[in-house]
Design a protein around this ligand. Sequence first.
Ligand SMILES: [Zn+2]
Length: 169
Amino acid sequence: MDNIKDKLIQGNKIFIEAHKKEHYDSLINKQVPYALIISCSDSRVIPEKIFTVDAGELFVIRSAGNVVNDGELATIEYALEHLHIHYVLVLAHTSCGAVKASLEEEKGHYLNKIIDRITLNIKGIKDYDEAIKENAVKTKEYILDKFKDYSFEIETAFYDLKSRKVTFF
Ligand SMILES: [Zn+2]
C-alpha cells in the first residue's frame, strides 16, 4: 500500500509544478462551473480529460453506472440551487461494468442500490450498448422529474472507450 501512497504523493508534486498557479489561486474563494456532468466512476472515464477542461469548469458527480440515488440528488440540488448551473450532461460509456452487472443480475449488499436502479432503468433490454444508453436516458428523466421547478437543459451522451469520441444522443 505504501507504494500506492508514494505514487499519489509524487503525482501531486508533479501536478503542483505543472499547472499555472494564477489559475488555481483565482479559484480559492469561488467556483463558477458552467456544467454539471454525471459520469461513471469508471477509471477510464475522466470528464475533465475527455473534454479538455481545467479546474473550475465542470461540477462532476461520478457514480457507478452514472446512477442517481439520494446522495447524488443532493449534489444535483446543490449544483442547480447554489452554483446556478443550467446545463447538465449524463455521460454514459461503452463497457460499463455497472450496467453489465445489472444485465447479469449480480448481487451485492450496498451494490444492490445501484444494480436495482439500473435494472429498473433498462427494463428488460438485453443488448449491452442499448442498455447503457437507456440507463442514461432514464437517469435524465429521473432528474427532470425530481427538479421540475428548476430551469436547466439536460442531455445524454455516450463515450466510446475505443474511439474516445463523445456522441450526444
Ligand atoms: Zn461505467
